[in-house]
Design a protein around this ligand. Structure first.
Ligand code: ARG
Length: 454
């Protein structure tokens, strides 16, 4: 085993099991690019401030770039290294390649500010990918909604048919949720884009670092304003995991409906063969695995959020090794959401919409009973009374196995003299939806305006 960089005060080498237990290289190696970017900016700043020579900074930068290239070409492998983490791995390799200049890189820096920086940079890169994928899902929903402005379907409360809406209007609900998810993720990114570099181990440093300059070089908004806070907090990771948990909650509810709506009992939609799976035993089966996995992975993301909160909750300031555990929960959250979004969007994009079945369901469940009551209100009867009349008519229809549309005017008149021939138009599905004109309501006109406003 190579001698540790910190071995100066030790008389014994690290126990082999402790070494494996302690090592974060198997998972923090994914931040090699951000670690190298951070080191190049740091060494450039050191030379700008006259702390190291310009030649040293140049040789550090070119050494680091050659390491990056070799990692990316698969020429430099992590798995045969006994370095403790990605930071030591790269620094050791740099010193092997360029000699003493490599040993000057860590001047005025600690792995504590370095690891916090790497995680922030890594998260910012991945956040851009996540937002891109989420935008694609939103765009897909917009396209489907545009084709379904007049696809009537029942809206539900308590999973009981409630009032008629359209499939476009239903999809727009998710568009709104996903738009807020994008906003939430973007807003927390502002707080992630703060550079902790220069906080040192915990108490800053006596070298005259230009922290603002390094932050700027790295594309960060600013640098952190307290060195203890800079190395001790991981709230940016928790905020991210929380935003992704909310996003997963939305995706999971949507999934649940896709599972229900694609069942034989509903048959509102049919998933494409390419986005469904079969059964090894039952030949007739076509299963909505993509939606089910999304619902399942929601639990996993919530688990990561809880892990992060619990890991951090009892730690005295500043750095504690417990915080290394933050990384895996953070990375798993990133991998999970990135893994979910592409197949989910594909599933939604390719599903068939059974407009007839949806309309039939909207017609079958007395979803126009409220409109019937509202009709009588327009004839001057108070709503509380019209609600009761409409309820009695529904009861009558159930007893006689019919629907409100199919009753005769004579039958209506037995319940109230106020009914007239115009009742049939007033309770038609088309009228019920088209008359809902307030902002956010399902009328095709409103939904079209909304979609155009995006
Ligand atoms: N691998 C460590 C982590 O992820 C890096 C920081 C180590 N700092 C220390 N003081 N031991 O947390």
């Amino acid at each position: 085993m190579a001698k540790k960089m910190w071995a100066g005060r030790f008389e014994k080498a690290t126990d082999k099991d402790v070494n494996d237990y302690n090592s974060s290289l198997p998972f923090d190696c994914r931040m090699y690019k951000q670690d190298i970017e951070g080191s190049i900016a740091h060494s450039a700043m050191l030379s700008k401030q006259g702390i190291i020579s310009e030649e040293d900074a140049k040789s550090i930068a070119s050494g680091l770039l050659s390491i990056m290239e070799d990692i990316e070409d698969g020429k430099l492998l992590f798995d045969n290294s006994d370095a403790e983490d990605i930071h030591m791995f790269i620094e050791e390799e740099l010193t092997n390649r360029i000699g003493d200049a490599g040993k000057r890189l860590h001047t005025g820096r600690s792995r504590n500010d370095q690891v916090a920086l790497d995680q922030r940079l890594y998260l910012l890169d991945e956040t851009a990918t996540i937002i891109e994928k989420l935008d694609l899902l939103i765009q897909t929903l917009v396209d489907i909604a545009k084709d379904n402005l007049e696809t009537w379907m029942p809206g539900y409360t308590h999973l009981q048919r409630a009032q008629p809406i359209t499939f476009a209007h239903y999809l727009c609900a998710y568009i709104e949720m996903f738009k807020r998810d994008v906003e939430r993720i973007a807003a927390s990114s502002k707080r992630t884009a703060i550079s902790p570099l220069g906080s040192g181990a915990l108490a800053g440093t006596t070298y005259p670092l230009d922290r603002e300059w390094t932050a700027d070089q790295l594309g960060m908004n600013s640098c952190s304003q307290n060195s203890l806070d800079g190395v001790a907090d991981r709230d940016f990771a928790i905020e991210f995991a929380s935003s992704i948990s909310i996003l997963m909650m939305h995706l999971s509810r949507f999934s649940e409906e896709i599972i229900l709506y694609s069942s034989q009992e509903f048959k509102f939609i049919e998933l494409d063969d390419a986005y469904s799976t079969g059964s090894s035993m039952m030949p007739q089966k076509k299963n909505p695995d993509v939606a089910e996995l999304t619902r399942g992975k929601t639990g996993r993301v919530y688990g990561n959020l809880i892990s992060l909160l619990v890991i951090m909750k009892g730690l005295p300031l500043t750095y504690n090794k417990d915080m290394q555990e933050v990384q895996e929960a953070l990375f798993d959250t990133i991998d999970t959401i990135e893994g979910v979004l592409t197949p989910f969007t594909g599933m939604v994009k390719t599903m068939k919409i059974n407009k007839d079945r949806m309309a039939e369901a909207a017609l079958g469940g007395f979803t126009n009973a409220t409109d019937l009551a509202d009709y009588l209100v327009r004839k001057g009867i108070p709503f509380r009374n019209t609600h009761e009349i409409s309820g009695k008519l529904v009861h009558y229809c159930i007893e006689n196995n019919t629907t409100l549309e199919k009753l005769s005017l004579d039958e209506y008149k037995q319940f109230s003299e106020a009914f007239d021939n115009d009742v049939f138009d007033a309770i038609s599905l088309k009228t019920c939806v088209e008359k809902r004109l307030v902002t956010g309501a399902p009328s095709p006109m409103q939904v079209k305006l909304y979609l155009e406003s995006l």
